[in-house]
Design a protein around this ligand. Sequence first.
Ligand code: FPP
Length: 227
Amino acid sequence: MDSDHQQAKHVAIIMDGNGRWAKRKHLPRLMGHQRGVEAVRKLVRSVEDMGIDCLTLYAFSSENWKRPEDEVGDLMDLLRKFIKSDLPEFIAHDVRLKIIGDYKSLAPDIVAQLEDALEQTSKGSRILAVALNYGSHDEIVRAANAASAEGAITAEGLEKHLDTADMPPLDLLIRTSGEVRLSNFLLWQCAYAEMSFVDVLWPDFTPEHLQAELDNFAVRERRYGAR
Ligand code: FPP
């Protein structure tokens, strides 16, 4: 990469379109989510070679509890299976798992499983952050309360208490499925992020799609308000 090309270090993805993928194929929604996990797995394997230090994935929002109980149960089961099957691979590939969001109110067995995975991957150098029971308003309110206990709130003071505090600044946010909205995801962190809304349903999103977005990012001019 030449010197005026920039490398995205922190990429976040709103993985949207599992349901529509399944519907188009006349398959149950669960199969859309299952294929969605496959897409996650392929991507996590590929980011190592793409120069990304931190990949953040929106897996379950604080609003997703409003979905039918059986779909919520399916998503939680997929999460259990994903962590169980892929943890050894995270460890082998220097991945540090991070959870953002209020994950402690998930089922106790999942909380225990996640905390074990956090512990076992704590030495990894590349971050895979999974947003679980995550909502940006909730995150900012929690951070603001913690910051106010330290005196007058400043941007820097609040940032230290965000769930993303020890992660690099967000460079690029991608949303799949053609929808153009943020859905309460990383609102604070998006202040200077580049954004890309891709017309591909999540189960069809491949490492090649991600590489194309990184190539676009590499030549974008980021001015942070300056001229
Ligand atoms: C959006 O599809 C996707 C989700 C609600 C959750 C994303 C979950 C996964 C990719 C699988 C679980 C992930 C892990 C890491 C275990 P949608 O159902 O909103 O699709 P639709 O808008 O087409 O209905």
